[in-house]
Write a protein that binds this ligand. Sequence first.
Ligand code: ADP
Length: 153
Amino acid sequence: MKTAVFPGSFDPITLGHVDIINRGLPLFDEIILAIGINSDKKYMFSLEDRLRFLEETFKDEPKIKVMTYKGMTVDFCREQNAGFILRGLRNAIDLEFEKSIGQTNFKMSGVETLFFITSSGKSHISSTVVRDVIRNGGDYHFMVPDVVSRNKD
Ligand code: ADP
């Protein structure tokens, strides 16, 4: 069974994440959406909400599993027998950041990271921008799955 882990904070999940996940689906038997728990980080959405958003968004996709993990992503991959990490690249900043993480992860574990370049029209979307717009009362619905929009209405 070919399994990939898509790790992230998903605070909240955006249509940018959904795009990368959907494009990864034909390549794998299973994709584990893995919310990394970092107790030093402050989140806008609770862990329960972030889990619910992922589960609801992919409720009709049997290849998707939603989990949480603590510690290193490669350790989680090993526990889950996942040989691949799935990530998205929006711009050169993402590339530089992801390059060193991907290379380190491979050295440590042999887990390969597979990157998709963001689809055209989606590279402006980030969880950070969504959170800023929410805080300032703006329209963010076009950047997130319906379940996230419904939550704040
Ligand atoms: P992290 O907390 O690790 O930054 P995120 O939830 O912000 O996690 O993002 C997880 C992954 O999704 C990253 O690989 C990021 O580059 C990718 N991603 C986020 N938004 C987009 C987008 N609009 N297009 C493509 N990839 C994206």
